[in-house]
Design a protein around this ligand. Structure first.
Ligand code: S3P
Length: 169
C-alpha cells in the first residue's frame, strides 16, 4: 500500500492533518522531524544551533531515504524537504505526495507563540516567511495533489485529500 507524504510550509498543518488521516484510514504516522530528533537525541533547534542548517538537511535527506522504504504510512515531512529534489524522488517511489498550501499570514498566526522552528526565530518572522515561501513555491507546486488549507480545519483538509486520492489509486 502506498504512503501518503504530506509536504508544505511550516504551519501548513501537516502534523494535525497526518493525525486525521491516520485515524480515518487506519494508517500509521511517521513524523520525519520526530524521527530525526529521536535518532540524534536532540531537538531540531539544537541540531541547527550546534551543527547548522546544512547538517540538518543531510540528516533530513537520510531520513527521506529511510522512510521511503515504508508502506501504508502517513509521512509528515519538514517544510524544507522539497529543497532537495532527490528527497521527493525517494518519497514518491512508494507514496502520493500531497502539498498543503498556506498563506504567509496564516503561517504567522499558526506559528507565533512557538519557538521550535529555528528559521522563524528572527526579528521579522512575516518577512522571513514570505521570502522562504516565495523561494520554495515552485517546489511545493510539484506535488501530486495540492490542497489549500487557509480557513479550513484539519478534518476538512483530510476529507479533501481522501477524496482526491480515490482518483489516484
Ligand atoms: C523547516 C521546517 C520544520 C523543521 C525545521 C526546518 C523548514 O518542520 O523541519 O525547522 O525548513 O521549513 P515543520 O514544517 O514541521 O515545522
Amino acid at each position: 500500500m502506498k504512503n501518503i507524504v504530506l509536504t508544505g510550509f511550516m504551519g501548513a498543518g501537516k502534523t494535525s492533518v497526518a493525525r486525521e488521516l491516520s485515524s480515518r484510514l487506519g494508517m500509521k504516522i511517521v513524523d520525519m522531524d520526530d524521527e530525526i530528533e529521536k535518532e540524534q537525541g536532540m531537538t531540531i533547534n539544537d541540531i541547527f544551533a550546534r551543527f547548522g542548517e546544512e547538517r540538518f538537511r543531510e540528516l533530513e535527506s537520510e531520513m527521506a531515504k529511510k522512510v521511503s522504504g515504508l508502506s501504508g504510512a502517513v509521512i509528515s515531512t519538514g517544510g524544507g524537504i522539497v529543497l532537495r529534489k532527490e528527497n521527493i524522488t525517494h518519497l514518491r517511489t512508494n507514496g502520493h505526495v500531497v502539498c498543503l498550501m498556506v498563506s504567509p499570514e496564516a503561517v504567522l498566526k499558526r506559528t507565533s507563540g512557538s519557538d521550535v522552528r529555528p528559521l522563524l526565530n528572527v526579528n521579522d518572522p512575516l518577512g522571513k516567511i514570505k521570502e522562504l515561501l516565495d523561494h520554495r513555491m515552485p517546489f511545493y507546486k510539484n506535488a501530486d495533489i495540492i490542497i489549500e488549507t487557509d480557513d479550513r480545519s484539519p478534518r476538512q483538509v483530510a476529507d479533501e485529500i481522501i477524496e482526491e486520492l480515490k482518483w489516484k489509486e
